[in-house]
Design a protein around this ligand. Structure first.
Ligand code: URA
Length: 234
């Protein structure tokens, strides 16, 4: 029954549905030989209706999130899972976003079904930098980089000051901000603390990973090299 459980966990259907798929001969090996539920598990060699299986458990995905999608499963509006194959919502262990981006934030979002990996990425111990491009409603005053780098900035209703963050001013209303922690609405609240407002926010980088040429709304699975790059920021 290993194969039945495997396919059910990948979201191909309930165990009952999957048992029927075997009975109907829809599950084969790469050569087209019908597989039986008690055959040994060989993920890469399995086919359903002639198609290779979805990614094996232990996935890490990168999504170029468009603004307008939330990271919540429960939201009634557009959600990031709408941008992935529908079966991905039915996986067990479930696929979760690694932290969250606001509805109106675009850019690099990671998703994984590996709880340990997720914790390693978001853990303060990993100190993974996150780089945001912010477009502001008002001209920068000039002191923002010093305020953000100070290590003493206290956000409203918080008791622990923010870790030092680096601000690179690109022009009067655009700046690149590098954070080493992830607090709720952090970038928007930081700019609010210096009397500004973020009109648009885009995450460019997490650790050593950037979106590269991944188009908006598209995703890709990350391999071993990407994982090394993630934890080894330049
Ligand atoms: N900071 C924010 O304010 N919003 C995000 O989506 C991410 C970081």
């Amino acid at each position: 029954m290993k194969l039945v459980k495997h396919l059910a966990n990948l979201g191909y259907g309930s165990r009952k549905d999957v048992q029927w798929m075997f009975r109907e001969g829809r599950v084969t090996d790469a050569a087209g030989e019908v597989l039986y539920a008690d055959d040994p598990l060989d993920h890469d060699n399995m086919r359903v209706d002639g198609e290779p299986l979805d990614l094996a458990p232990g996935v890490l995905l990168m999504l170029n999130k468009p603004a307008g999608h939330t990271c919540s499963m429960k939201d009634r509006g557009r959600i990031v899972f709408d941008l992935l194959p529908p079966r991905f919502r039915l996986r067990n262990p479930p696929l979760s976003t690694v932290g969250r981006l606001d509805r109106d934030t675009s850019g690099l979002l990671l998703l994984t079904d590996d709880g340990q990996l997720l914790h390693r990425i978001i853990s303060p111990k990993s100190k993974l930098p996150k780089v945001y491009l912010a477009t502001l409603a008002q001209d920068l005053r000039g002191d923002e980089a010093a305020v953000f780098a100070s290590g003493t900035l206290l956000l409203e209703s918080e008791t622990t000051p923010l870790l030092p963050a680096e601000l690179e001013v690109l022009d009067a209303r655009r700046a690149r901000l590098t954070l080493h922690e992830g607090r709720y609405h952090q970038v928007r609240r930081m700019f609010a603390a210096v009397g500004n407002h973020v009109d648009a926010l885009h995450r460019e980088r997490v650790g050593g990973l950037t979106l590269g040429d991944l188009p908006e709304g598209q995703w890709r699975a990350l391999g071993e090299e990407d994982r090394v790059r993630l934890f080894a920021p330049a």
